[in-house]
Design a binder for this molecule. Structure first.
Ligand code: GLA
Length: 376
């Protein structure tokens, strides 16, 4: 059974005492995030609709008597000691993220006092709920509180984005960091990454429930495929800038896309997804504000189709889950979330359909793939 918030905090506190024989000075909670719609749009000056979730990474910290940075992970039951002498490369993702974060923080804020830290979380790891971003943000926030460093929210988001991209060698946008840092309770954020504006809309939809399902498919190779998508979008924009004299993604319209179609079929598909997905964010916002759950669900289905066939970031298991969901009365729609290639999908259901959905999806998925999905 997954720890709830209180259990998580006391587990981290107890582990801290065990590891370092003292009480932590600071306890900090950083949530994961979901994304309702707007996938692979953040790094293309587009729109997205994330929200933080009630799953967290808890960080406990105090200063250490020496100059080393010791971090113990409760999830991995492993410790890493980071010193200015290196090493630079670690064999696990969490250690690489932690070391890169420490490196950036100590240089940026001129810190030469060591720390002892314990991290523990109940965000499922590596499945599209931003556990990696939450880890980096957790370390940074915990540090900032311990050393009384003031950082404005957006500055913190950009700083943590830089750390994560450096550590993983990828080129992620700001969706995860904004969703985690700038979220408000019971609200979805409508972010425009072109002008950096955020509108908050009520997350509660009468008689409906949002469900996240973890397919348990690991997102192997997702970093390199992600980077390839980023490059394809840059390439597509470059061609259109030259052909049509536009200056940004948001100037692209359908007739311009036709210019790409013949010679650059892949780039055409990628950009079609981005342009349509931006529009879907606005349409979904509209339907949610009207309380139109069925229409909202139809938009989610369109988004999934686009991620599957145009952006090509879905996977067989999640496609199957979406197809199977069609057979559940009261299922309004669903789609893969996050970077893709596995991980989680999000579904919108009528309240009364949740039990049926849970049963149907668990059984059919188990039968087909011999995997038990996690329903949240
Ligand atoms: C990952 C990245 C985000 C965003 C999503 C796709 O989560 O970290 O910046 O691009 O994929 O929407």
């Amino acid at each position: 059974m997954m720890a709830n918030k209180e259990q998580l905090i006391s587990q981290v506190q107890a582990e801290f005492k065990k590891q370092f024989k003292t009480e932590p000075k600071i306890l900090n909670l950083t949530p994961g995030r979901i994304n309702i719609i707007g996938e692979h749009t953040d790094y293309n000056e587009g729109l997205a609709m994330p929200a933080a979730i009630n799953r967290w990474i808890c960080g406990a910290v105090c200063k250490s008597p020496d100059k080393s940075f010791t971090i113990y992970s409760l999830n991995y039951n492993e410790k890493v000691v980071i010193t200015p002498q290196g090493p630079e490369k670690f064999n696990t993702v969490w250690k690489q993220l932690a070391a890169t974060a420490i490196d950036h923080i100590t240089i940026e804020f001129d810190i030469d006092t060591g720390i002892n830290m314990v991290l523990g979380g109940n965000i499922p790891i590596g499945c599209g709920l931003s556990s990696s971003s939450a880890l980096v943000i957790s370390i940074t926030q915990t540090f900032c509180r311990l050393f009384s460093i003031q950082m404005e929210d957006r500055q913190l988001a950009r700083f943590c984005q830089k750390i994560e991209n450096k550590a993983l060698g990828t080129a992620g946008g700001l969706l995860d960091q904004y969703g985690i840092i700038l979220s408000k309770k019971d609200q979805f954020m409508v972010i425009d990454f072109q002008d950096d504006s955020i509108e908050y809309i009520p997350a509660i939809l009468n008689d409906s429930t949002w469900i996240v399902v973890n397919s348990q498919v690991s997102r192997e190779l997702s970093e390199s495929a992600y980077l390839q998508r980023v490059k394809e979008c840059i390439e597509g924009l470059k061609i259109l800038k030259k052909e049509s004299g536009i200056s940004s993604f948001r100037d692209i319209d359908q007739p311009m896309l036709e210019l790409l179609k013949e010679k650059f079929d892949v780039l055409y598909k990628r950009l079609c997804h981005v342009i349509d997905e931006n529009q879907r964010v606005l349409d979904l916002k509209n339907q949610l504000q009207k309380g139109a759950a069925e229409k909202a669900g139809a938009i989610l289905k369109e988004s999934h189709k686009s991620l599957r066939y145009l952006y090509e970031v879905s996977c067989e298991e999640i496609d199957y889950m979406i197809e199977m969901s069609e057979g559940v009365g009261g299922w309004h729609g669903g789609r893969i979330i996050g970077g893709g290639f596995g991980g989680c999908c999000i579904h919108l259901l009528a309240d009364g359909a949740v039990e049926d959905f849970t049963h149907h999806i668990t059984e059919s998925y188990r039968k087909k793939f011999e995997i038990t999905p996690e329903i949240m």
